[in-house]
Design a protein around this ligand. Structure first.
Ligand code: NAD
Ligand code: UGA
Length: 441
């Protein structure tokens, strides 16, 4: 099939690459000229395991093209994906300007019947707006092409985006009627062979399904962080509790890892956006307020532990920070807990020596060159003459470090572990003062 994808970010680029990989002919269009130029040279703008070879191979095979030419792109596709950003506006609601601009662009250049697929995460009612804009623009052009708007939210996780798109758990398709179902089936047929993954529903339910999924996952995390804080007060170990409750299949082991708070470009934004949607309807979403507040408090956890240990004035102190990305296997530092930590350390006068396997460039871009930020090339270099080690992200290479080396490099053997990588008792035996999350007194 001929497919057009608007947006070459995490969702658009991965979706475009995966659709090309199974044989579709895909044109991916973006307004970011530099990004398009890079992609046409095989330079991938994001770190995502497995993405580079499929972009390069499919570009070479002529099944995947990148352009800034929206007209060319729209004329190509039988289906048009909208996969552009929906960042928070100043009130926390989803800013729909990019989605609605793309809807208008599609309508301006449509040359025949088209299915418009919204993959961006958008509030309930957005498909109606997209449909109205397309209808209006077509009326102004005095053409009467038939079109369908479908809500087809994306559930990929960063760091596993290619695998998630190649083997989706489910494919949610919200439509106004059954007319676009056949074309959607054809599009996703290569991903739907083993068992039926497509779940058809109405557009509003599909739009809400996306927010409900992210908010449910965020709720699990905030709940566990609340339990972790209680465990500390009660002298219990949250890691034992986690294993204890996870073994109940109704609860499950996924997304119950306590830590230094959830980050990323989606959970914080989507919880806020659903709060806004609810409030607009005159409803107070008490659960979502709590999920968000607990997470904000949890991001202060590591800085408070540091200040509890070293005092509020950290001038002259140096901290080694391992992990900057909001989770492993990505270079994305949007809303990362590491940033809340580092900004608070700076505010208290400290110097930060940080290492991350992938996110160093992003960090440099975000903060520029500063005297109190030293981005170093290895995790060992970060330790040199630091007063303590702070772990923000559970990258694999951090899980079995050389503890003797850590002890000799640090000025004091103190570790603040925001991801519970180690056993407190063993750390004590190794001679460390060790702070985890919810590990009892
Ligand atoms: P992103 O910021 O990485 O990429 C968006 C891209 O769209 C940018 O490259 C931007 O230049 C481009 N763009 C903006 N306006 C455009 C236009 N008029 N025409 C063409 N391109 C345009 O965003 P993302 O992370 O891919 O997220 C996109 C959407 O998918 C959001 O709604 C997000 O909530 C949702 N989502 C993201 C993830 C994720 O893990 N990142 C997962 C599921 C859903
Ligand atoms: C999340 C969802 O998992 C995806 O299904 C969804 O498509 C995506 O948001 C989106 O809408 O953009 P992502 O943000 O890439 O994906 O990463 P997650 O693996 O969900 O992690 C989010 C945050 O939660 C990270 O900061 C992670 O450290 C934290 N987390 C996760 C915990 O603190 N504990 C856990 O048990 C799991």
């Amino acid at each position: 099939m001929k497919v057009t994808v608007f947006g070459s970010g995490y969702v658009g680029l991965v979706q475009a690459a995966v659709l090309a990989e199974v044989g579709h002919h895909v044109i991916c269009v973006d307004v970011n000229e530099q990004r398009v130029e890079d992609l046409n040279q095989g330079i991938i703008p994001i770190y995502e395991p497995g993405l580079t070879p499929i972009v390069q191979n499919n570009s070479q095979a002529g099944r995947l093209q990148f352009t800034t030419d929206a007209k060319l792109a729209v004329e190509h596709g039988e289906v048009q994906f909208i996969a552009v950003g929906t960042p928070s506006d100043s009130n926390g609601a989803a800013d729909l300007q990019y989605v609605l601009t793309v809807a208008k662009t599609i309508a301006q250049y449509m040359t025949g019947d088209t299915v418009v697929i919204d993959k961006s995460t958008v509030p309930v009612g957005t498909a109606d707006k997209v449909r109205d804009i397309i209808a209006e623009t077509l009326a102004q052009r005095e053409v009467s092409h038939q079109f369908d708007v479908v809500s087809n939210p994306e559930f990929l996780k960063e760091g596993a985006a290619v695998a998630d798109c190649m083997r989706p758990d489910r494919i949610i398709v919200g439509s106004y009627d059954a007319r676009p179902h056949d074309i959607i089936r054809e599009l996703y047929e290569p991903f739907n062979r083993i068992h039926e993954k497509i779940i058809f529903m109405d557009v509003r339910s599909a739009e809400l399904t996306k927010y409900a999924a992210n908010c449910m996952l965020a709720t699990k995390i905030s709940f566990m962080n609340e339990m972790a804080n209680l465990a500390e007060l009660l002298g219990a170990d949250i890691e034992a509790v986690r294993r204890g409750i996870g073994s109940d299949p109704r609860i499950g082991y996924h997304f119950i890892y306590p830590g230094c708070g959830y980050g990323g470009s989606c959970f914080p934004k989507d919880v806020q956006a659903l709060i806004q949607t609810a409030e607009t309807e005159g409803y107070r979403p008490e659960m979502l307020y709590a999920v968000e507040n607990v997470n904000k408090r949890q991001k202060d956890k590591l800085p408070s532990l540091v200040k509890q240990h070293f005092g509020a004035d950290l001038s002259g102190k140096v901290f080694a920070v391992w992990g900057l990305s909001f989770k492993p296997k990505t270079d994305d530092i949007r809303e990362a807990s590491s940033r809340v930590l580092i900004e608070q350390l700076w505010a208290a006068g400290a110097i930060v020596q940080a290492y991350d396997p992938e996110a160093m460039e992003e960090m440099q871009r975000a903060y520029g060159v500063r005297n109190d930020l030293n981005l170093v090339g290895t995790k060992e270099a970060a330790l040199k003459a630091a007063d303590a080690l702070i772990i923000c992200t559970e990258w694999q290479p951090f899980k079995a470090p050389d503890f003797d080396l850590i002890k000799t490099q640090l000025k004091q053997p103190v570790i603040f572990d925001g991801r519970n990588l180690f056993e407190p008792e063993r750390m004590q035996r190794r001679g460390f003062t060790y702070y985890g999350i919810g590990r009892g007194e």
